[in-house]
Design a protein around this ligand. Structure first.
Ligand code: DHB
Ligand code: MG
Length: 226
């Protein structure tokens, strides 16, 4: 069992259900397992999405018929692999990673999975890279430094079209998101992100809490209105 980001007395049971679901519906394959092993061996933080969450992202990509996916925050490329596999043969995934060491691990993981031709990995500050991209993207996954989430959602809108699906990771943070007085910069970033989305007439959104091997967290889900 991985160390949950948000531990609880229930952690082991949540992880057991994730193992059960993942074994049935998102069974481990060699390239995904190797990516997680390399991430750990390289000292990357274990903040990858879980297998069931990776499968969920891949299903979202299929549901929207995504041909172009944008990921802000590559880490070791685990979620990248899940989403890129859901692309059609001519599909592209653009992913941005600030940390060069993390990006080097991600590049190897993506290569091993045979996805180098579909994945365009940019190394640098997302706020420097985003203005160089041209949209629209069909699906956008925001999973980088949370204090910049309000900036990332603005860029996501800029690079979207009506119908684009936007997903934000880690919006619950062990329940801390509900504390309006939090002085945690991550919580404040997520709250400002949610405030922006709530006030943005071009977005229709919800947020969903999850428990599992990562503990208690959740996703923001939004669609750009027609
Ligand atoms: C953290 C970041 C993540 O993207 C994640 O999925 C879990 C935790 C963090 O910075 O704590
Ligand atoms: Mg995350």
């Amino acid at each position: 069992m991985r160390t949950p980001d948000y531990p609880s007395t229930e952690s082991a049971r949540w992880a057991a259900v994730d193992d059960y679901f993942a074994g049935l519906l998102a069974p481990p394959d060699a390239d995904l397992q190797a990516a997680l092993a390399d991430n750990a061996a390289s000292g990357l933080p274990a903040h990858d999405v879980s297998a069931t969450q990776g499968k969920m992202l891949a299903l979202f990509a299929q549901m929207v018929g995504a041909r172009r996916i944008l990921e802000i925050g590559t880490l070791g490329g685990y979620s990248t692999i899940w989403m890129a596999r859901a692309l059609p043969a001519d599909g592209k995934l653009v992913t941005i990673e600030f940390n060069e060491a993390h990006a080097a691990v991600a590049r190897r993981n993506i290569e091993r999975a045979g996805l180098s031709d579909k994945v365009d990995l940019h190394i640098g500050r997302a706020l420097d890279v985003l203005p160089t991209l041209s949209g629209p993207f069909d699906l956008i996954f925001i999973d980088a430094d949370k204090p910049n989430n309000p900036n990332y959602i603005r860029w996501a809108l800029e690079l979207s079209r009506p119908g684009t699906v936007i997903i934000g990771d880690n919006v619950v943070r062990g329940g801390a998101v509900a504390d309006p007085g939090s002085d945690d910069a991550n919580v404040r970033g997520v709250r400002a992100f949610l405030d922006f989305i709530a006030a943005e007439p071009r977005l229709d959104a919800t947020a969903i809490q999850t428990v599992g091997e990562k503990g208690w967290d959740g996703f923001l889900l939004a669609v750009v209105r027609a």
